[in-house]
Design a protein. Structure first.
Lengths: 220, 141
């Protein structure tokens, strides 16, 4: 009789445990940007699929004069931000936090960091190279990209969903948001974290792992 | 027993008051500077020099246990007010990023932030008064 009494609570505990396990397994990051349904016909069967927004093709130059395009980032999980080297406001904090993300995934070839300069006039390749080296960024892990201003700004606003603008009244001459944008292997934006908030950056470090473990061929 | 307590209570009170007032005026002054300085540090310096004073890589120098602060005691007010250009050496490493001038800070605020920086992060240089700021600002290099 005594044994029977125990079965109830044990069952509940087991259920609770199982529920928790499920929750962990099902943790998935949302997919940002516009999406469109498309109807496909395969083998005579018609079905509807969702097409998610991805980062469009771009081609910029990094701190080592290497051309880096969206192709280089395909199949990689990466974090992107927009900054400029002479920025007196939030950038040092953002890049300090990017550095902590970089260190967390050092030696993982499928993880990259990308910093786009929004001040191409001042941030020439030697300036970017000097900055990257002094920051302590590893060249094969972290690209500092220089591109045409219009292209970078459009990419920021339309695709990475980060607001940037030149503003002579602002300290340093530019205003921009401090998001660290998390992008998955298929080039889809999966998260944006405040690069000045330590707690959000810690969450980003956790979420990077989720995306790295995600199966590329699995339907989202 | 109760009576004893009643008698002891005011006595303890007086003793405590006496003890607390022992905290010298200078000590209170120092604390006031330090706390104000910490607030100013958060808004004006933390971005580059970091919350813990470690700086950022080889871009921005550390303030933590920085020999530079001791060696350039009399130039600190000038550096805060006018910024700094050129190469400097801190704890054996060289840095050459430009530090922006903090012209928004009044002399009393410069004193407070220097008091904070030179006594936080493992530094121990004591109170840096506004009178010293005013004197030091006359000898800027």
């Amino acid at each position: 009789m005594k044994k029977l009494k125990l079965i109830g609570p044990a069952l509940i505990a087991l259920l609770a445990f199982a529920a928790c396990q499920n929750k962990v397994k099902e943790t998935k990051l949302p997919i940002y940007g516009e999406r469109q349904p498309i109807t496909k016909t395969v083998d005579g069967k018609t079905f509807t699929d969702t097409v998610y927004a991805t980062i469009p093709p771009f081609s910029f130059v990094d701190q080592n004069r290497e051309t880096i395009s969206e192709e280089n980032l395909r199949g990689k999980t990466y974090v992107a931000d927009f900054f400029f080297t002479s920025c007196p406001s939030i950038c040092p904090t953002m890049q300090r936090n990017m550095l902590s993300v970089a260190k967390a995934y050092q030696g993982k070839p499928n993880f990259k960091l990308v910093s786009f300069t929004i001040d191409p006039r001042h941030d020439t390749i030697p300036v970017l190279k000097n900055y990257a080296e002094k920051l302590g960024a590893k060249a094969d892990q972290w690209y500092f990209l220089l591109g045409k201003k219009e292209d970078v700004y459009q990419l920021a606003e339309k695709n990475y969903l980060v607001s940037v603008a030149e503003d002579k009244r602002a300290k340093g001459g530019y205003v921009h948001q401090g998001w660290l944008v998390l992008v998955d292997k298929k080039g889809r934006v999966r998260g944006a974290y405040d690069g000045t908030d330590k707690k959000q950056v810690d969450q980003l470090i956790v979420d990077v792992k989720l995306l790295m473990d995600e199966d590329e061929n699995q339907k989202a | 027993m109760k009576r004893l307590m009643v008698l002891l209570l005011p006595f303890t009170f007086i003793l405590t008051t006496f003890f607390l007032s022992c905290q010298s005026e200078a000590e209170i002054e120092y604390k006031r500077y330090f706390i104000q300085g910490r607030n100013l540090y958060q808004t004006n310096c933390k971005n580059c020099h970091a919350e813990n004073g470690e700086g950022l890589g080889e871009l921005f120098p550390p303030l933590k246990e920085a020999d530079y602060l001791k060696k350039n005691k009399n130039q600190l007010a000038c550096i805060v007010q006018n910024g700094l250009k050129g190469t400097i050496s801190v704890n054996g490493k060289t840095y050459n990023a430009q530090m922006p001038a903090q012209t928004q800070l009044a002399p009393i605020e410069i004193a407070e932030v220097i008091t904070y920086v030179t006594n936080a992060f493992g530094n121990q240089q004591g109170l840096y008064e506004v009178e010293k700021v005013n004197a030091d600002l006359k000898i800027c290099r």
